[in-house]
Design a protein around this ligand. Structure first.
Ligand code: UDX
Length: 441
């Protein structure tokens, strides 16, 4: 079993640290945020991620997983280091802000006086790993015995534990000019996963960085493609959900990630496609990615389209209407509201003069911090009280299972707009509701 340090304890880092302990390793999670560390040390996950609390608690209790703010402690404890800090979008531009990734290397490397491998997991612009490797070797007392490899993470929020312990594939980028021990070390760390037969692709640093950005760009493109079809379906009086089912049967296309609606959000896809475009520009390949600008445009248009649809449904003006918003998280099974289409739409509707009441099963606290002026309810039923219109903006199971009969006496008008095409129109119409989906008749 190995000793491992994981830098960053957000969605990615905390999950990686807990899952590495679950595999039997001794793990030290490192973060600069004392509030987060205190929670994690007590075995509490500072965000909502199904199943992670069990894994965390079990491994904190059995002593395999500990947390610290001390880089000195981490450098003394482990010779295998994972970087799992955020790479958000820079303010006012498309490029990724690498200050947190850089800070880990700048702080850690001067403390490395024994041979060590640093595995980057964060999503970074191509070329970053090479630069960090040079920097780490220059700063470390162990010099050329310090290696930086890239091991991108593909986990989805809401399925983070399963995606980490049973990923579709693992990718490792190593420096082809000075291949060290990274592959050998990774094979030990991930031995259990490799035994399961999970594909393990070893490549150069640049390719490994690009695999991650390309995967996210493809997923974003798939969603924007079906949302473009939704626009066409609306113009042609056709149904995009049936269209998606039908083209999805073609194995080359596949039905997953073809759900039309208010589009993608979250802490990854939107900023990753923008950072990808920015980086392509820097390395002279911008023409290759101009289509991503269109992918982004289509996606942002979905939010406006939803606001327009609400205005149309309320007779042309939102002024003085009462709007119930079901869902605030950027997707179900998450409390993450970063770049959430749902919250963005709720905010726009409020700006146009409506009074908006939001309910989400997990994301109320985060929503309140971001949009303190919106009104929040503690149940779907509460949110719908006297509503002129009900919007479903995140497809939580709880909302899919809402009973139209039970909701009817609560609202003022039985009008529902399904921003995720997740409800059964027949069921709602039979119960006397006016139902509208996006891209459906
Ligand atoms: C994504 C990638 O899936 C993951 O591999 C990567 O590591 C990080 O980014 P995540 O941000 O957790 O993961 O969310 P994902 O499940 O991909 O959903 C992204 C957004 O797309 C959500 O807002 C979701 O509602 C939306 N979406 C997804 C659609 O609008 N339609 C779909 O068909 C699928």
């Amino acid at each position: 079993m190995s000793r491992i340090a994981v830098f960053g304890t957000g969605y990615l880092g905390a999950t990686h640290a807990a899952c590495m302990a679950e595999l039997g390793h001794e793990v030290l999670g490192v973060d600069v945020d004392p509030a987060k560390l205190a929670k994690l040390e007590a075995g509490e996950v500072p965000f909502y991620e199904p199943g992670l609390d069990d894994v965390l608690k079990r491994n904190v209790e059995n002593g395999r997983l500990r947390f610290t703010a001390s880089y000195e402690e981490a450098a003394a404890f482990a010779d295998i280091h994972f970087i799992g800090v955020g790479t958000p979008q820079k303010k006012g531009e498309f490029a990724a802000d690498l200050r947190y990734v850089d800070a880990v290397v700048e702080t850690l490397a001067p403390l490395l006086d024994r041979p060590a491998v640093i595995f980057g997991k964060s999503t970074v612009p191509v070329g970053t790993a090479k630069r960090l490797g040079e920097r780490a070797r220059a700063l470390a007392p162990a010099g050329n015995d310090v290696e930086v490899a890239w091991n991108p993470e593909f986990l989805r929020e809401g399925y983070a534990v399963a995606d980490t312990l049973h990923p579709d594939r693992m990718v490792l980028g190593i420096d082809p000019e000075s291949p060290g021990r990274a592959e050998e070390v990774a094979r030990v760390v991930y031995a259990q996963l490799l035994e399961e037969g999970i594909p393990f692709i070893v490549t150069d640093l640049a390719t490994s960085e690009l695999v991650k950005t390309a995967a996210n760009a493809f997923l974003a493109t798939k969603i924007s493609f079906i949302n473009a079809m939704a626009e066409v379906c609306e113009a042609a009086d056709a149904d995009v959900t049936v269209l998606a089912d039908a083209i999805g049967h073609d194995a080359r296309i596949g039905r997953r990630f073809l759900n039309a609606g208010i589009g993608f959000g979250g802490g990854c896809l939107p900023k990753d496609i923008r950072a990808f475009m920015a980086r392509a520009g820097e390395i002279g390949a911008d023409e290759a990615l101009t289509f991503l600008r269109e992918v982004d445009n289509i996606n942002m248009r979905r939010r406006t389209r939803m606001v327009d649809a609400v205005r149309e449904a309320t007779g042309g003006s939102l002024l003085g209407t009462r709007v119930a918003v079901l869902g605030a998280a950027f997707k179900p099974n998450s409390d993450d509201v970063r770049d959430s289409p749902a919250l963005n739409i709720a905010g726009q509707i409020q700006l146009q003069g409506a009074s908006v009441v939001v309910f989400d099963p997990q994301a109320i606290m985060n929503s309140r911090a971001l949009f303190p002026t919106l009104e929040y309810a503690y149940s779907a039923l509460d949110a719908c009280e006297r509503a002129d219109i009900v919007l479903v903006l995140t497809e939580w199971q709880e909302f899919r299972e809402l009973d139209p009969q039970a909701l009817a006496p609560v609202v003022k008008n039985k009008v529902i707009l399904d921003g995720r095409n997740c409800l059964d129109p027949q069921r709602w119409r039979r119960a006397g509701w006016t139902y509208r989906g996006l891209g459906r008749r």
